[in-house]
Ligand binder design. Structure first.
Ligand SMILES: N[C@@H](CCC[C@H](N)C(=O)O)C(=O)O
Length: 260
């Protein structure tokens, strides 16, 4: 089978994307997704997405992690899929799509800046030195003083595979406050490695970095792959609404690949 694919990246979180609005890639297997995402034997990506038709919405988003399994929401993926949908001719100013965690809306500023609305967050677990919350995907957030030099792979993996999280998995974010905003590095479940950026992780980190006041926040976020901004309204001690993940999403290349 020959596939026509597009490779996108959003702050270095990279994805293989295919236009599946006619259902031609419905039979893609988890093993094929894994092989396409492989960085040595395939195209190479942190995940793969299908642009689907979705009654009542402009499109549907199907997301797989690089390990080949379908997973929970991918924030950077949603931003890249929005830019791809625009390229495929969906030119409405506001695009509405359905993902695994529910409805999203997105707008674009210029050719490559995507503003993606995330689900409201209505609970955050706060333990000694950590937060745990779900922003479409589960995120463990730990504030540190040495984010640049931290061994994110080793420390993230220890948390992801500890007794509490081993079965379901979690993404693990290490966060340091900066002069303006925060720096975030993430170990991603399903990639089982540090990625250059994780959109739902950046969102989780920004919510937990907010001050105690219930008001609107705009938090600049730096990742290994570039800069994002998270805007939201804090409505209570652990509740947030109108959450927007904003940042660049661009096409890297497109091509054909033949797989068995
Ligand atoms: N990179 C994504 C998160 C993708 C899902 C995650 N790996 C999981 O399985 O929870 C993002 O940008 O949010």
């Amino acid at each position: 089978m020959t596939l026509h694919f597009y490779k996108y990246q959003g702050t270095g979180n990279d994805f293989v994307i295919m236009d599946n609005r006619d259902g031609r890639y419905d039979a893609l297997t988890n093993q094929q997704v894994h092989d396409l995402c492989h960085r040595r034997f395939g195209i190479g990506a942190d995940g793969l997405m299908l642009l689907n038709t979705q009654p009542g919405y402009d499109f549907g988003m199907k997301y797989y992690n690089a390990d080949g399994n379908e997973s929970s929401m991918c924030g950077n993926g949603g931003r890249c899929l929005t830019a791809f949908a625009r390229k495929m001719g969906l030119t409405q100013e506001k695009l509405r799509f359905l993902a695994v965690d529910g409805p999203h809306e997105a707008t674009m500023t210029g050719d490559s800046w995507v503003n993606l609305k995330m689900q409201d967050v209505d609970s955050v677990e706060h333990g000694p030195l950590y937060f745990y919350l779900n922003t479409g995907s589960p995120h463990f957030v730990k504030f540190v003083n040495d984010v640049q030099s931290l061994d994110v792979f080793t420390e993230g993996r220890q948390i992801r595979y500890n007794d509490r999280f081993a079965a379901e998995g979690t993404n693990v974010n290490f966060v340091q406050e900066q002069d303006k905003g925060i720096f975030v590095r993430t170990y991603e479940r399903g990639v089982e490695d540090e990625t250059y950026s994780c959109g739902t992780g950046v969102t989780a980190a920004a919510l937990t970095a907010a001050g105690p006041e219930t008001k609107e926040y705009r938090i600049p976020v730096q990742t290994l792959g570039g800069s994002l901004e998270v805007r939201f309204t804090k409505t209570g001690e652990r509740t947030f609404k109108d959450i927007w993940l904003c940042g660049p999403a661009t096409l890297v290349f497109e091509g054909d690949i033949t797989i068995s």
